[in-house]
Design a protein around this ligand. Sequence first.
Ligand code: ADE
Length: 331
Amino acid sequence: MIVKPNTSEDEVLDNTLRPQKWEEYIGQEQVKRNVKVIIEAAKQRNEPPEHLLFYGSSGLGKTTLAYLIAKELNVEMKITSGPAIERPGDLAAILTNLKEGQILFIDEIHRLNRTCEELIYPALEDYKLNIIVGKGPMARTLEIKLPKFTLIGATTRIAQLTSPLRNRFGAIFQLKFYTVEEIGQIIERSAKILNVEIEKEAIETIAQRSRFTPRIANRLLKRIRDFAQVESDGIITQEIAEKALEALEIDELGLEPADRKILETIIYKFDGGPVGIQALAASLSEEVNNILEVYEPYLLQLGLIKRTPKGRVVTEAALKHLKIKPKNRLL
Ligand code: ADE
């Protein structure tokens, strides 16, 4: 594993909470079952598994799954990301440093640039790297043989992957949002690891506000643990959980101020929609990608907004949640 030098405290804690064994990984049953078959079959044939692609919202466990696969295969995993591979030379360095059977994990693979993407095709198909050396009439292609490896790609934006790249994966898996019960189990497990006592009702409350996402559940648990420690005796009671969540401005549905701002902007500035994503982003001074990757999936999942051919619209459920009467909507 490559640990980035500027690893934050939260990331270190994320690693302690990360499941270390298959049995500890809660949820995503369908994906787990299929991945296990792929691994087992590859082990029996004594060859590396085919390249795998995981997609789904951030925080759902794509990296964790890749870790578990590497562990199961007893091989090392090299970690990088699409935007970190800037030039062909970067990719060549990564690929030529791999050892037989190793896993290369590329996060945010949809952000790999075209030149690097084309370079990776023969590496994936035939474990070959074609490097051009020299310029003009003296330019030559140098073919480098690579060890057999497995690429695990992860993306939050499957539609942004070109089909030639998509087609080179042996299997593609979607990670879905977790159920509230599964999130509850994850919180219970994390609380044990963090050695913090937590009431059953508090687990439920936090689970309901964790956006069906383990990373968010763990983050909330850590923040609420701070509250319990500073303002009480360290035990996370239902009362402390509610108080902390209120202070963190996280409502009953798990919406944060930024989510509510998106809904209110559509309602008040765009008359409830439809509004194009560009216009919405400009109005919020937000990045389009941030809205698409961070906020929108959960709002869609909750049915608070809908995507139509003309743009985003808020639903009755959003108005109800924000306690806005439809007739008060127009400015
Ligand atoms: N922590 C993060 N994701 C998890 C999962 N799926 N199961 C258990 N713990 C987790």
